[in-house]
Design a binder for this molecule. Structure first.
Ligand SMILES: [Zn+2]
Length: 592
């Protein structure tokens, strides 16, 4: 066990946290080569999911930042107005940055009213150092305040507005009246105009709302004959965001097509891929738009289903260690990418976080002295420092893959190994001294070996060109504010996963409840993963197996070296209180 730091000891001595969890965080911190109280706090809260306020309250005390308790509901109008006036003195862009960091300029003090008093839920946030250069205030005082209080203050005093939705609400009344029968032509035309601008507001409003709610996708689908539903996917689950009554789905589809790039609005019988980008909260967000014709009960009408993927660069994790893999997976993965050759494969179904993992791994190895080429279709995120090939009708994926070899790369990312050609090129790259990243679609890590073999790669080539295969899934994280120990009626499923009665009775295995802070008892997601590192023993096994690759044997060897199966990885997540039995059962249903 790692020796605790001064702050670590402080947390334990003051009874804020148990020694065990502080040691765990301390160990992680040393692994990362860090040693500050603020990095210990970050690891505790972000990676080990400890409650935010107690840790940061202790951190504030350590540095002698006084607390400020505020009850948002009892602020007077005068107080609110004076804070609003104060906020107008802070440049818009910097203010948004402060709010994003949950820092709130609250009032001024001093005889000249020239000292800015700011509230922060993390008093060590370095963004505050920019206050003298970014605002008219040369002096400032920092107070510690609960995270929720700051969020409430922002919502009450400086709410983020979605103007499109406000317009939509204002126009809502008008639309309901359009059914009346004696409309003259002119009135109809007028109604259509009003409806169109309303639908524009709906579409633009949905884009903004999806970004602010951290949604990964927006779905637009017809509901009955005369309504259209807009769903958003948050933490992997679809939820109905808005139902627009009295509106045929085609009308909204036409607006979406009109406002996207690269789609033909008159084409309704084939799949189309479009694109849009918007400046939302001062950040350029890109959207990938997929349109598919779907069957409808009414033959004369053509329906289309629309799915919009939100591509928000701020969400790209550039620090590999923040992916939060478990110990064995993290160590073997780091070993596999801290080298100059070999193939690194991430596998799993759509939505399992593969591209997030690859992005972080790439950022880990990128530096100006090497040539990083990426070849994916379509390009998901723009990566600074990499040359990303443009796939389109002038150059196909296959052509791009072949061209890579002649473009003197050091590191290559191939979006997906999808056939023999891609597999062969990945192997060739690996065997000629290149580090190659790619993805596959398989349920677990050992079956990726079989998949590659079936694509036509010789066992000895497989054995010696792959560094690691990571299979992963995302499970929803339990809301730390409302989770409760698992109730007896759910024990059976837990026992089947391999948890013991003692563990279940101990009150350390949890189930979701649901509160205002979360959605159905869950908040955010965490990975579970199976990391198949190619140990020499495993390479020998693959070579010896020849044409009869035995996935079970591969698994046994890897587990002997410490690999957790996907399910065991999930069980560990349950044991550490991060997720529920139901989530792990659901995510690993196809694994036996
Ligand atoms: Zn909750």
């Amino acid at each position: 066990m790692a020796a605790l730091t001064k702050f670590g000891n402080y947390l334990v001595d003051k009874g804020v946290l148990e020694k065990e969890i502080v040691s765990k965080a301390t160990e992680k911190m040393y692994e990362y080569g860090e040693s500050s109280p603020s990095s210990l706090s970050r690891i505790l809260v972000e990676e080990l999911k400890v409650s935010h306020d107690p840790v940061y309250e202790a951190l504030a005390k350590l540095y002698a930042f006084p607390p400020m308790e505020i009850t948002v509901d009892v602020l007077t109008d005068v107080q609110i107005q004076s804070t609003k006036d104060l906020l107008t003195k802070i440049p818009e862009e910097f203010k948004k940055k402060l709010f994003y960091h949950k820092i709130f300029p609250f009032r001024t003090s001093g005889p000249g009213k020239d000292i800015l008093q700011i509230l922060a839920s993390d008093t060590s946030d370095r963004l505050m150092l920019d206050i003298p250069s970014q605002t008219p205030f040369k002096k400032y005082e920092v107070f510690w305040t609960k995270l929720k209080t700051i969020e409430d203050l922002i919502n009450k005093i400086a709410p983020q507005r979605n103007e499109f939705l406000m317009l939509l609400e204002e126009a809502g009344e008008v639309l309901v009246d359009t059914g009346s029968s004696e409309d003259t032509l002119n009135e109809q035309a007028l109604d259509e105009e009003i409806n169109k601008s309303l639908l524009v507001n709906l579409f633009e409003g949905a884009l903004i709302e999806a970004v602010r709610r951290d949604a990964s996708d927006i779905h637009i689908v017809p509901f009955g004959k005369n309504a259209v539903d807009v769903f958003i996917r948050v933490d992997g689950k679809l939820q109905l965001w808005h139902r627009q009554e009295n509106t045929p789905a085609e009308a909204l589809t036409a607006v979406v097509k009109d406002r996207s790039i690269g789609v033909d609005r008159f084409e309704r019988d084939t799949a189309q891929d479009g694109f849009a980008q918007r400046l939302i909260d001062d950040h350029l967000i890109r959207f990938r738009i997929s349109i598919l014709p779907i069957v409808s009960a009414e033959y004369e009408r053509r329906f289309e289903s629309i799915v919009i993927r939100v591509i928000d660069d701020r969400k790209v994790i550039t620090d590999f260690r923040r992916l939060g893999f478990q110990v064995q997976a993290e160590q073997e993965f780091l070993k596999s990418i801290n080298t100059s050759k070999g193939i690194v494969i991430v596998t799993g179904p759509t939505g399992s976080g593969k591209s997030t993992t690859l992005m972080a791994a790439l950022h880990h190895v990128i530096n100006p002295t090497i040539n990083v080429l990426t070849c994916e279709d379509p390009v998901e995120y723009v990566i600074r420092g990499a040359r990303q090939l443009k796939i389109g009708h002038k150059m196909s994926f296959d052509q791009a893959i072949r061209a890579i070899l002649r473009h003197d790369p050091d590191v290559v990312m191939v979006g997906e190994i999808r056939d023999k050609i891609t597999a062969e090129i990945a192997v060739k790259l690996a065997n000629t001294g290149h580090l190659t990243f790619s993805t596959l679609h398989t349920n677990d890590a050992p079956s990726a070996v079989t998949r590659l073999y079936k694509m036509g790669i010789e066992p000895f080539l497989l054995a010696y060109s792959i560094n690691i295969i990571i299979a992963q899934r995302l499970v929803r994280s339990l809301c730390q504010a409302c989770k409760r120990p698992i109730s007896k009626e759910h024990w059976e499923a837990a026992l089947q996963l391999g948890l013991t009665e003692e563990e279940l009775a101990s009150g350390t295995i949890y189930e979701p409840v649901g509160c205002p802070k979360c959605s159905n008892g869950y908040k955010g997601r965490v990975n579970i993963a199976e990391a198949l590192y190619f140990y020499p023993e495993l390479r020998n096994e693959i070579v010896a197996a020849g044409n009869e690759i035995d996935e079970e044997k591969i698994r046994t060897i890897a587990e002997k070296h410490g690999m957790l199966s996907m399910r065991k990885s999930g069980v560990e997540r349950i044991r550490s209180g991060l997720t529920s039995v139901a989530e792990v059962v659901f995510a690993t249903a196809e694994d036996i």
